[in-house]
Design a protein around this ligand. Structure first.
Ligand code: ATP
Ligand code: MG
Length: 651
């Protein structure tokens, strides 16, 4: 099965690097969001708390101013005299002057029993008893001045003038999340006020008091708001709001309704009411005010008897902090994104530097598989660089091996080419010589038979022998030139060798030579010309013996290579070896290094011719002074050789 490969390393690397970037990015966003949340919220409530304190300070400061003025007026001698003389007109003038200066609503002087001497708002109405007012009663009872917040009734206001009762009137507006509605209108008014005793000597001759109505009067809340928040707005709403509650009802506020009107008449939410009015605690938390969520601070407002009668409220639109949070989160997100972007660019660069050499390696390997040996250009000095370098070294080694192999093949081809042309030439000559030689042999034999003279006869004998020798040579040449007939039939090479060795062992030439035989048992029979193969081994054995005049060892071995179906035979000796310059000449006909008359130089040429006709090969390896090994390989299927042209005719 063929495996399918896809370019996936890059994808894997990108995915793993990206997941690191994404995971760390997400976690850093989560962490920074939490941190921002905590800080922003903590800081926000701190801001609300401080603002609430400031609001309280301004509120009580305002009360204190009324207090100081009433005390100051009470200490004025001419006013005391005017009271004693019942000079109402002067008192009326003075009260109006101060009322205007203080920007308050009510200014009244009573006598020592709490009956009104003069009202700043209503000159005509006097003599009524106002000692039921708890501040006046306090002053009359204790002879001391007092100040604070109070609630006064419609009835009381009507005595001052209808406009005050009208200012105090508030219609209760239903609000989501507000407290249970148990009334629909409010007619009482909350006010800040101060009262001071007027003494003549040690005698208490009267009380002076001033009050500012808080219902529908926005001077105080707006002043606090401007001081704390300026005019900051967000999404159509003021960022900061200030409210004064009478009990649970907004009587003075800059919180706006949807239609943009001040939310006077709306109520505080149930949970704030419970905590601030009922349990008299400060509220610092998120609260839903009219239409929006506010980070809010509510603190109770007490009357002179320390009873909670209202609430002072400061709130900051939650959206402001949401926005801070959002901005901070967006910033963190941006930082993360930029970091991720840089990480991506870096990782792309990194991945490239890994992938590129791998791609080159893959491409070069493909080329190599197709037989093109190409080196890789590389710059990296890491493991991949080392891999590329090793690959290049391998390419070098393979190219070198191929080159040598080619050289060798070329040499072998040149050799067989040479031997082939030599063979053609030699066989031409042999044929030409063959016929005259037959003539010489025939006639000299006839003469030898006829002549009785022993002198001539011995000469003729020499002629006949030499002619026979020539004929042997011619036969050898024709053998080499592959022009003798071969008769192939199945035969065992092992058997041929065994038979041959049993004969030559006894030969005098092998007296000093140890003969070793190492034959493979699994050698198959092959189609061969038995006589010719016998002469192959004979020639090689004779040469080995010639090379070991002083003795030595000759080894003949066979082997079967099943994978390529070849029989391999070796004839090795420990003789004198072959000079390197002669190695490519030994198969040439007539090449011999042996003395004249001893060798004709045809043995190896004939051997070569025979092996070729069996589609085999012969190789030689030799070391001068150490020995020579001839290696022959026969294919098990030796082929059908029909090349039998001419045989030598011997008359
Ligand atoms: N085993 C060997 N050891 C050393 N040299 C060898 C060996 N075999 C062959 N030769 C060399 O190769 C030459 C040619 O050998 P070849 O068998 O063709 O001719 P020859 O032995 O010289 O003569 P011939 O075989 O015709 O009697 C030899 O003369 C010898 O120099
Ligand atoms: Mg020989």
């Amino acid at each position: 099965m063929k495996a399918r490969f896809k370019a996936k390393i890059g994808v894997k690397l990108v995915v793993s690097l990206m997941s690191v970037v994404v995971i760390s990015g997400i976690s850093s966003i989560i962490i920074s969001r939490n941190v921002i949340n905590k800080n922003v919220v903590g800081q926000a409530y701190e801001e609300v708390r401080v603002n609430l304190n400031t609001a309280q300070y301004i509120y009580y400061k305002r009360i204190n101013i009324i207090y100081l003025f009433t005390n100051h007026l009470a200490s004025l001698g001419y006013l005391q005299t005017a009271i004693l003389q019942n000079n109402r007109y002067l008192l009326y003038e003075k009260l109006n002057e101060v009322k205007k200066e203080l920007d308050i609503d009510l200014m009244t002087i009573t006598d020592g029993a709490g009956r009104v001497i003069v009202r700043a708002n209503n000159f005509g109405k006097a003599g009524d008893d106002v000692s039921s007012d708890q501040y006046i009663r306090y002053v009359l009872g204790n002879g001391k001045s007092c100040s604070g917040t109070d609630i006064i009734s419609r009835d009381f206001l009507l005595r001052e003038g209808k406009e005050f009762a009208d200012q105090a009137f508030i219609k209760v507006i239903p609000t989501p999340r507000a407290r249970r509605i148990d009334k629909t209108v409010e007619t009482n008014s909350m006010c800040i006020k101060a009262a001071a005793p007027i003494f003549s000597g040690n005698r208490l001759i009267g009380v002076i008091y001033g009050a500012k109505l808080l219902n529908n009067n926005f001077e105080l809340v707006d002043r606090i708001k401007n001081l704390l928040f300026k005019d900051e707005r967000l999404g159509g709403y003021d960022i900061g709001t200030v409210t004064i509650f009478m009990d649970d009802l907004r009587i003075s506020t800059n919180v706006k309704n949807r239609d943009g009107k001040r939310a006077v008449g709306t109520q505080v939410s149930e949970e704030v009411y419970r905590k601030v009015i009922e349990r008299e605690q400060v509220w610092l938390d998120k609260a839903f005010v009219v239409n929006n969520w506010y980070l809010s601070g509510y603190s109770p407002i007490y009357d002179i008897k320390q009873k909670v009668i209202g609430i002072l409220y400061v709130g900051i639109l939650e959206e402001k902090y949401n926005q801070i949070e959002r901005n901070a989160t967006i910033f963190a997100l941006l930082v993360t994104l930029i970091t991720a972007f840089i990480a991506v660019i870096l990782s792309v660069y990194l991945i490239r530097s890994i992938i590129t050499p791998i791609r080159h390696l893959v491409a070069a390997s493909k080329q190599m598989a197709m037989g093109n040996y190409r080196k890789i250009d590389f710059t990296s000095v890491d493991e991949l660089g080392y891999l590329c370098m090793t690959f290049n070294t391998m390419i070098d080694a393979i190219s070198e091996r191929d080159r040598k192999l080619k050289e060798q093949t070329e040499m072998q081809m040149a050799q067989s080419e040479k031997l082939a042309s030599l063979g053609r030439l030699a066989s031409g000559i042999a044929h030409e010589i063959n016929n005259p030689l037959t003539g010489v042999l025939t006639y000299s034999t006839v003469l030898y038979d006829e002549i009785k003279d022993p002198g001539y006869r011995s000469d003729l004998k020499v002629i006949i022998d030499e002619t026979l020798r020539c004929r042997e040579i011619v036969k050898g040449i024709l053998d080499f030139a592959r022009e003798t007939k071969i008769e192939k039939r199945p035969g065992s090479i092992n058997k041929i060798i065994t038979e041959l060795l049993s004969i030559i062992e006894k030969h005098v030439t092998f007296q000093n030579i140890r003969i070793k035989k190492d034959l493979a048992e699994n050698l198959p029979d092959i189609n061969i010309d038995i006589n010719q193969i016998k002469s192959v081994f004979n020639n090689l054995a004779m040469n080995a013996a010639d090379a070991m005049q002083e003795g030595g060892e000759m080894t003949i071995s066979t082997e079967y290579n099943e994978s390529n179906k070849k029989i391999i035979c070796r004839v090795a000796d420990t003789g004198i070896g072959i000079k390197e310059e002669n190695l490519n000449k030994i198969f040439d006909p007539f090449f011999t290094t042996k003395e004249t008359g001893k060798g004709t130089g045809l043995g190896l040429s004939v051997t070569y011719g025979i092996i070729k006709r069996h589609n085999g090969t012969i190789r030689v390896v030799s070391t001068e002074g150490a020995g020579t090994t001839f290696t022959i390989e026969f294919p098990v299927d030796t082929g059908v050789d029909d090349v039998l042209i001419k045989t030598m005719t011997t008359g």
